[in-house]
Design a protein around this ligand. Structure first.
Ligand code: FES
Ligand SMILES: [Fe+2]
Length: 371
């Protein structure tokens, strides 16, 4: 069989994008005299919090002989490696002490760095900027600042509530992301008696437009199928409700629903941990139900249900993906997934050539599907 007679293979490439901010951990998992071990893009990290509460992220391997610094001692400012006692500043990674040196040995220890990464904490999460991989064997130098601030959950009033959910997914970041933007699985995966049955499947039409590094499902009155929408309808008449969903590289899904002075927004990320494992984190903010004690629990319940259904589905899917099956993406339901791969490829190509990124969406487009 020749290549042309086969449908185009559209397999995720599992490439991870460096040079972006990623959610590392929920902030409450980090504190005290302990460095929390974690991983982003196959990069081992030791995350800590200094005496003033500021989070930092170090490469979790001592520049001397590779002992994970997360096994070391932390005094609130400096980390002491558990193997030979070298000490490093938590924020800069700069070496401050090598106990084995004698007074006449003039090694310039301040030129030695444990790798450190730009680190910010927002909306209950610690974010880490993962830079382009350094050339192999280059060693660590002083960390450079991130070129942009970490993403935030959009908010539209001074007072609001915030909650998050997190789940590990046993698949590559690409399957995690296209699973997130896929509209056609809804009636089959997200069934619940209080939500919808598969018989409620109907034709939908949505407008999309290109935005920098991503695409937007344009502001529209939601037809029926976003989780907080049914709840918002208790507060405002259906026509005044608008929702916008953005996808932005490398892994951000922003949903904003507004109904008069009420709003709900969420920032969902699918973070590559390794090539074959990712994590989904949903952080939501809202100013509805603030007076209602059960409101947040209700929202969390609805979201937890959805995320768990997706997680289970992807766990089952990973059995099928293990042996590298042939995959295909169809129009229009899988078009957002195609755009995602297009954006990724365009981003990498622009990086390679140093030129402008060629956006895969030339302009606004309407997609139709049944879900
Ligand atoms: S490996 Fe860390 S001090 Fe030697
Ligand atoms: Fe889903």
């Amino acid at each position: 069989m020749n290549e042309i007679s086969l449908p185009q293979r559209e397999a995720p490439d599992s490439l991870m994008l460096y040079g972006f901010w990623y959610r590392a951990l929920p902030g409450k998992q980090v504190g005290g005299r302990h460095l929390q071990k974690t991983m982003l893009l196959e990069t081992p990290l030791a995350i800590g919090r200094d005496g003033q509460g500021r989070a930092f992220a170090l490469h979790d391997a001592c520049p001397h002989r590779g002992m994970p610094l997360s096994h070391g001692l932390f005094d609130g400012q400096q980390v002491e490696c558990s193997y030979h006692g070298w000490r490093f500043d938590g924020h800069t990674g700069q070496c401050t002490l090598i106990p084995s040196l004698t007074a006449d040995q003039k090694l310039k220890i301040d030129r030695i760095y444990a790798g450190s990464y730009p680190c910010e904490e927002h909306d209950d999460f610690i974010w880490v900027f993962v830079p382009q991989l350094p050339p192999a064997g280059a060693g660590f130098t002083k960390a450079t600042d991130a070129p942009m601030p970490a993403p935030r959950v959009p908010t539209f009033s001074e007072k609001y509530k915030l909650a998050y959910l997190t789940a590990d997914l046993p698949c590559s970041v690409d399957h995690g992301i296209i699973g997130l933007m896929d509209p056609a699985h809804g009636p089959f995966v997200h069934q619940a008696w209080w939500w919808r049955s598969r018989d409620s499947i109907h034709e939908k039409q949505k407008n999309f437009e290109p935005i920098p590094n991503g695409f937007r499902m344009s502001a529209h009155t939601p037809s029926s199928n976003s989780a907080p929408y049914k709840l918002l309808r208790l507060y405002a008449d259906a026509e005044s409700i608008t929702t916008t969903i953005d996808f932005v590289l490398p892994n951000l899904r922003l949903e904003t629903i507004r109904a008069g002075k009420y709003w709900f927004s969420s920032l969902t990320t699918v973070t590559p941990i390794t090539r074959s494992h990712c994590r989904i984190d949903v952080v939501a903010a809202w100013n509805i139900f603030r007076w209602l004690p059960l409101g947040p629990q209700l929202l969390k319940f609805v979201f937890a249900k959805f995320v768990e259904q997706d997680r289970q589905t992807m766990e089952q899917q990973s059995e099928g993906l293990k042996y590298n099956p042939h995959l295909m993406l169809i129009d229009d339901a899988d078009r957002p997934a195609k755009w995602y791969f297009g954006l990724k490829a365009a981003h990498l190509e622009a990086k390679r050539t140093g030129g402008e990124m060629k956006h895969p969406l030339p302009g606004p487009v309407t997609l139709k599907w049944r879900s």
